[in-house]
Design a protein around this ligand. Structure first.
Ligand code: FRU
Length: 534
């Protein structure tokens, strides 16, 4: 937030104030989505700046994705809610900007719900409203030493196409705290009240409401728990059924910046119970961590261990017949988000992931997997399936006609008698730029090294190796997605995930595996080029 405030100051001095009467469609820009490093199967804004995904809600056959957006620049500035719609979680249609700043402030992160019973009275019983709940950030107040943040709402009765601000805004004022933001709202079935989880500096506040318009404080959580290397932002709270044991637990996501396990921004989680008033964590989530987890840290509850999955929260109103808990994150990190070398737009979202809560070593593990809809992008004509093979040392895998800079790979390794010192995969281009991902069984670590994978000079915080603690017996399954400037790696069914962005000068052409010091068997190796979504 500190670097953002600096940018704000610069923008304010340059007279860069929000324009409220932008014509419909602006922000959509004109692009063929072919610029260098433009993702081909991830959502990125047609033009301008993007950070957090916001207000994801499913309604009437459409998945809405709103996002923090500054249309006038490719660096962070006066925030709007950009908008995109998908009918399959894979293809996205860029929509006009949904919510503009106004005299109460810029439109920071938040959520959206279907008010099915029209409890707010903002729609009708026949046509219930979609209601967006967001943070107003009033820059002027902030600069005059007053609390800049409050919560406002806007509603839509035309399937999210146009949004009207509630005349009684703000609906929740700050009790005298600067960091007071990112409301995530849901209907608590048992009490039939709306619950808001709000990030307040170093903790989460819970509020309740009968109608989305008036809010009462219920409780706070987390001042002494979890990671505290930075400010808490963008929470989410939802129930999940642990399928093996048929138990319902509540998962609380809390994004934090900085203080992530590999520096900068990251998303931590807690598992416990919620009774409509208070979140009570399970005993194994009672750890505190002052600054950034390390491999020896007892606090290992991160949604993603890569450096580029921030501000992730889940969709609301997914129909019970589907029942999935779907997450999407911002594929960047505040350490360098404003300076990555893209031209007319900045940042993309992660792939949409399905979350599962599994019982693991007397605790709970939040697992994420890419949604199955992504399989529709597989180009079966260039599909490569290699026969099983036992090898040691370095080996080039024949990727055939697969485009390695736009692909999906499933690699499954089985160790022999002895475990290798490391098991590594490398993606390389003709300029000898290479990205390495590997597993070190002795250290019990996964690692992702982008130091030599292309441009890193735009920020001294970009190069380097990210690690994640991980132990597996004999087999390692990697499910990878490479898309121009990003790689997402789901390990052993999503028990660990690492999402990283990279900026190779040209596309990767060679795929190598290297089992150092022992034989391993590559039991499964399937590669697919993925079709572009634009
Ligand atoms: C997280 C965040 C939020 C805030 C938004 C502003 O990345 O800092 O806390 O609402 O970005 O753009």
């Amino acid at each position: 937030m500190r670097s953002k405030l600096f940018i704000l100051l610069v923008l304010a001095m340059a007279g860069c104030m929000p324009k409220n009467n932008r014509p419909m469609g602006e922000g959509a820009g004109s692009t063929d989505y072919r610029e260098p490093w433009r993702p081909q199967f991830h959502f990125s804004p047609a033009s301008g700046w993007m950070n957090d995904p916001n207000g994801m809600v499913y309604y009437d056959g459409e998945y809405h994705l709103f996002y923090q957006h500054y249309p006038d620049s490719t660096v962070w500035g006066p925030m709007h809610w950009g908008h995109a719609i998908s009918t399959d979680l894979v293809h996205w249609q860029q929509m006009p900007i949904a919510i503009y700043p106004d005299t109460l402030g810029w439109i920071f992160s938040g959520s959206a719900v279907l008010d099915a019973e029209n409890s707010s009275g903002l729609g009708t019983a026949e046509n219930p409203p979609l209601v967006a709940i967001y943070t107003y950030h009033n820059d002027l107040l902030g600069r005059n030493g007053q609390n800049p943040q409050s919560q406002g709402i806007a509603y839509s009765t035309d399937k999210g196409r146009s949004w009207t601000k509630y005349p009684g805004n703000p609906v929740l004022k700050s009790p005298g705290i600067n960091d007071f933001r990112d409301p995530k709202v849901f209907l608590h079935q048992e009490t039939q009240k709306w619950i808001m989880a709000l990030a307040v500096q170093d903790r989460i506040h819970f509020y309740s409401s009968p109608d989305l318009l008036t809010w009462s404080f219920e409780s706070d959580f987390g001042k002494d728990l979890g990671a505290h290397g930075g400010v808490w932002e963008c929470p989410d709270l939802f129930p999940m059924v642990v399928e093996e044991i048929g138990l319902t637990k509540w998962v609380l996501l809390v994004n934090i910046n900085p203080g992530g396990p590999n520096g900068g921004s990251a998303n931590q989680y807690f598992v416990g119970d919620f009774d409509g008033h208070t979140f009570t964590p399970d005993p194994e989530f009672l750890t505190t961590l002052e600054s950034g987890a390390t491999e020896t840290s007892p606090f290992n509850n991160w949604v993603d261990w890569g450096r580029d999955n921030y501000a992730g929260v889940t969709w609301s109103n997914i129909p019970p017949s589907d029942g999935r808990r779907l997450l999407i994150g911002w594929m960047s990190n505040w350490q360098y988000a404003n300076v990555v070398p893209t031209s007319t737009w900045r940042s993309a979202c992660t792939l949409v992931r399905e979350l599962k809560l599994v019982h693991d070593h007397n605790s709970f593990l939040l697992v994420s997997r890419p949604v199955s809809e992504l399989q529709t992008l597989r180009d079966t004509a260039s599909h490569v399936k290699l026969p099983p093979e036992t090898f040691s040392g370095e080996k080039i895998l024949d990727a055939g006609m697969v485009t390695l800079s736009q692909c999906e790979m499933i690699l499954e390794f089985e160790a022999g008698e002895n475990l290798p010192d490391t098991l590594e995969i490398t993606l390389e281009n003709e300029l000898n730029e290479r990205y390495n991902f590997g597993y070190d069984p002795q250290k019990g670590l996964l690692y992702s090294n982008r130091s030599n994978a292309g441009g890193t000079g735009f920020s001294d915080q970009f190069a380097g190796t990210a690690t994640a603690p991980f132990k597996t017996e004999k087999s390692l399954q990697l499910h990878l997605f490479v898309d121009a400037a990003s790689i997402e790696i789901f390990v052993n069914g999503g028990q660990r995930v690492m999402t990283e962005i990279l900026f190779p000068s040209t596309g990767f052409k060679t795929l190598k595996v290297n089992a150092k010091g022992a034989e391993v068997t590559l039991n499964q190796a399937e590669l697919y080029s993925l079709r572009r979504i634009w």
